[in-house]
Design a binder for this molecule. Structure first.
Ligand code: UDX
Ligand code: UDX
Length: 476
């Protein structure tokens, strides 16, 4: 089939209605009102929730997302079960499905599982008609575009009259961070398009150009584009592990990590972003992408390089467990039957996502040591916590056995007779707590463990409560 310069995109389809696919398509549809955007997903539940009248029930929470959805849903943005027709009528298809770390078989624990990407390619090969531009949005290992192209071009697909179908595969990884997804999509630092089909590149570029200045759209070859995403995430995670490693050194030397972050961040060569210490990074990407990078390096025999990047993960695991251990130590080496209030369960603020959240690991450690946890989070529900902790919610932690948890709404009430408050996510509301009245209800000696540096130290100066802050050289 001959594809000419007059090729116009009228229909876009996105496979995968997750944290990446949903918000990304919402912003594309908002900026391209004449293009119909269909978002499909194998999970019927996800699609149903995207179509919910009550916008608080959408599967993804992102500031600014509800406003876009209420404006354009069912105008030119559709969340639909009709996989076949959505693929058939699309001129441009984004693949935005998950690529989790394999947990069995070859490469287990490191390699990305491309089962779903392959499934998408097979579905596209089967149902697409005419010329279709296929864009990898999912983060994938280098050379995945070749796999997709091979599957699309293979001759043995069902119902395929090959002469009528042509495909062009591009890579355009998404760099949005959750919690600021809409802003990141509207004002990205850069957009990456990798490929060798100039016409396809121009068509995709013209879509992005509707709202993104052209000088921010970088064009590279396919493999640079695929690898850039893994490398960007590895570099970001590396900064967090670096600052977290120094937080531990601060605690034993009397230095203060936030002063160090400020002082090194003022050096423009270093920059001030991603220097916040915490309980260890979480989210669906950092760990998975570094493991994928490590696997890739080992595959190519670059063992030293693999070992170097693997240390980022090792430090992150250590950071989580050192937080759990020091809580137990400060509480006289036992948390058995002690009530501990956990503030924050999502892996960062402004998202309901809990994937790889440090809270999961720390809560499991504390429960394994017998603690009774009262967990608070503004956006995460008990069903999710139950899944993450692999333990049913307790209806009354006072009556339940040790090593239990419940989700709470009222922090103040729950602080009653508790031994410690552990802040694990930097939600704004935790910055404005009334520590005088919270401390007055707690069992003495009581503790605040602040892994996100959210507590105003002036506000607790004269209160009868012990404070441990990440990277703070001294106990107040
Ligand atoms: C995540 C990462 O953020 C991204 O970098 C990675 O490359 C892909 O996984 P995200 O949108 O956060 O993306 O994943 P998730 O919320 O799990 O959404 C993926 C969606 O794809 C799910 O809703 C899943 O049901 C859907 N899916 C999966 C399909 O529609 N078809 C499939 O074959 C497999
Ligand atoms: C990340 C990348 O930022 C994004 O570009 C990519 O597309 C997906 O992966 P995300 O995981 O959504 O985005 O959030 P991010 O803001 O990067 O935070 C990841 C983790 O690092 C969180 O647990 C966060 O709390 C932690 N973090 C971040 C720190 O501990 N300190 C920091 O200074 C920054």
């Amino acid at each position: 089939m001959v594809v000419s310069n007059s090729f116009k995109v009228k229909n876009i389809c996105c496979i995968g209605a997750g944290y990446v696919g949903g918000p990304t398509m919402a912003v594309i549809a908002e900026n391209c009102p004449e293009i119909k955007v269909n978002v499909i997903d194998i999970s019927k539940d996800r699609i149903t929730r995207w179509n919910h009248d009550d916008l608080t029930k959408l599967p993804v929470y992102e500031p600014g997302l509800n406003e876009i959805i209420s404006k354009i849903r069912n105008k030119n943005l559709f969340f639909t079960f009709d996989i076949e027709n959505s693929i058939r009528e699309a001129d441009l298809i984004f693949i935005a499905v998950n690529t989790p770390t394999k947990n069995e078989g070859f490469g287990s624990g490191f390699a990305s599982d491309l089962t779903w990407v392959e499934l998408c390619a097979r579905q596209i090969a089967e149902f697409a008609e005419g010329h279709t531009i296929v864009v990898e949005k999912s983060t994938v290992p280098v050379k995945t575009a070749r796999v997709i192209q091979t599957l699309l071009d293979s001759k043995n697909q069902r119902n395929v009259i090959k002469q009528n179908k042509t495909f062009s595969v591009l890579s355009s990884p998404e760099f949005l961070a959750e919690g600021s997804a809409i802003n990141d999509l509207k004002n990205p630092d850069r957009i990456l398009i990798g490929g060798d089909d100039q016409l396809g590149i121009d068509i995709l570029k013209n879509i992005y150009k509707r709202w993104i200045p052209e000088d921010k759209i970088l064009v590279t070859n396919l493999w640079s584009s695929e690898l850039s995403k893994l490398v960007a995430n590895a570099f970001l995670a590396q900064r967090i592990s670096s600052i977290n490693s120094i937080s531990a050194l601060c605690e034993v030397t009397g230095a203060k990590i936030n002063e160090i972050s400020k002082s090194i961040g003022s050096d423009r060569r270093i920059g001030d972003k991603f220097l916040k210490p915490g309980p260890g990074f979480g989210g669906s990407c950092f760990q998975k992408d570094i493991l994928s990078l490590v696997y890739l390096c080992r595959y190519y025999g670059l063992n030293k390089v693999a070992d170097y990047w693997e240390q980022i993960i090792s430090l992150n695991n250590w950071q989580r467990s050192r937080v759990s251990k020091l809580i137990v130590e400060k509480l006289f080496n036992t948390v058995n039957l002690k009530k501990i209030v956990i503030l924050g369960f999502s892996y960062k603020s402004n998202t309901n996502d809990t994937r790889e959240s440090a809270a999961i690991y720390i809560c499991k450690d504390l429960m394994a040591n017998g603690a009774k946890l009262l967990i608070h989070d503004p956006k995460v529900n008990s069903a999710q916590i139950e899944k993450d902790l692999c333990k049913k919610e307790s209806s009354n932690v006072d009556l339940d056995n040790n090593g239990c948890w419940t989700l709470i709404k009222d922090i103040q009430l729950s602080a009653n007779k508790s031994d410690a408050i552990v802040i694990l996510t930097e939600w704004d509301i935790y910055k404005k707590l009334n520590w005088i009245s919270i401390a007055s209800l707690m069992r003495k000696p009581s503790w605040i463990f602040d892994t996100r540096s959210v507590v105003d130290l002036e506000a607790i100066k004269n209160i009868d409560i012990n404070y441990w802050g990440i990277g703070q050289g001294i106990d107040l």
